[in-house]
Design a protein around this ligand. Structure first.
Ligand code: F6P
Length: 357
């Protein structure tokens, strides 16, 4: 019987608690004990953990966020503080897990958390990964925990923007999350009937966007919805700003060196209004997309992935990530999942484009 540790790292998302519940319930059923680390890798390094029981993980299915807390702490960050024994990186994690007698660790996270998991696996830490991120940009899995809920939240927002756009004959720009990939923008844009969708994979020319909006309005439509992913960037030389550049903030990058995004929608609002003369408004959905109760799909996905992660950990199949492929759950090497970010398929974007008219 194993002592299984678990953590949630990186940005939170709906469905994390459902995954925690599934890991605890299936772990206990297999006779294992479960230790939850608080605040991602920070809790591992600091030994900040709590025993997880059936009672302490009850009523979690509909609950957003993560009862364990999360952080973007990176055990491999340059200049990170060594632990009291002077250990850092993989050695510090090894030491921390040995102190609490954890035999196997399940890390629920996106590219950063699972990137750390891969480095730790390479250094001999027994670890299994579970994919989550509303951005859905992790390789190896058809969907990540949280993505479908974010798409639903954005779709609901587009529906609401439609009625006010129509009433005021305005262009509504909706900025959504999506750092490297436009999955949320494309899915919600299709579901909500967006008239233009701008994604990181396809640098845009604002003049082409405006020409498209003018054509729409000339053909009798008197409002438009433009969905833009936060990581969308203007085509070289078409606008002086880039969506992937940090804006002026006290902490412009996180512990993994990622710029804090947000603001491309504001630029588009003023550019579209100035170039077309159409009254334009921007809405930035931001962290609303990561909050609240998960949709049924995410609860089921989180439950299946949690159960599969415990099975992998209990059988000693470390260094893998559990994933959704088609309708089944599979295990694949973490290295394979992390090799490339999963970008938007052309077919999906081309389907969305058919409805831009
Ligand atoms: O990683 C998912 C994500 O939602 C990105 O789309 C976004 O850029 C980032 O998290 C923002 O996270 P935070 O503000 O929590 O650092």
């Amino acid at each position: 019987m194993a002592r299984i540790g678990l953590l949630t790292g990186g940005g939170d998302c709906p469905g994390l608690n459902a995954a925690i519940r599934a890991i605890v319930r299936s772990g206990l059923r297999g006779g294992h004990s479960l230790l939850g680390f608080r605040r991602g890798w920070a809790g591992v390094l600091e030994g900040d953990a709590l025993e997880l029981t059936r009672e302490s993980t009850a009523n979690l299915l509909p609950r957003g966020g993560t009862i364990l807390g999360t952080s973007r702490t990176n055990p491999f960050a340059e200049g990170g503080t060594p632990n009291p024994k002077g250990l850092a990186g993989a050695e510090a994690v090894h030491d921390a897990l040995a102190r609490v007698q954890v035999d196997a660790l399940i890390a629920i996270g996106g590219e950063d958390t699972l990137g750390v998991a891969l480095r730790l696996h390479d250094a001999g830490v027994p670890i299994v990964g579970v994919p989550k991120t509303i951005d859905n940009d992790l390789g190896g899995t058809d969907a990540t925990i949280g993505f479908h809920t974010a798409v639903q939240i954005v779709t609901d927002a587009i529906d609401r923007l439609h009625t006010t756009a129509e009433s005021h004959n305005r262009v509504m720009v909706l900025e959504v999350m999506g750092r490297h990939a436009g999955w949320i923008a494309a899915h919600a844009g299709i579901a909500g009937g967006a008239d233009a969708i701008l994604v990181p994979e396809r640098p845009f020319d604002v003049e082409e966007v405006c020409a498209h909006l003018r054509r729409r309005h000339e053909s009798g439509r008197d409002f438009s919805i433009v969905v833009v992913a936060e990581g969308a960037t203007p085509r070289e030389g078409t606008l002086p700003i880039r969506g992937d550049q940090p804006v002026t903030r006290a902490a412009p990058t996180d512990a993994f060196g990622h710029a804090r995004l947000g603001g491309i929608g504001v630029v588009l609002e003023s550019e579209i209004e100035a170039r077309t003369g159409f009254e334009t408004r921007v809405t930035i959905l931001g962290h609303v997309q990561r909050g609240g109760t998960p949709v049924a799909f995410d609860r089921v996905l989180a439950t299946r992935l949690g159960v599969a992660a415990v099975a992998a950990a209990a059988a000693g199949r470390f260094g893998c990530m559990v994933a959704l492929r088609g309708t089944g759950i599979v295990e694949l090497p973490l290295a394979e999942a992390l090799a490339e970010p999963k970008l938007l398929e052309d077919e999906l974007y081309e389907t969305a484009e058919l409805f831009f008219g």
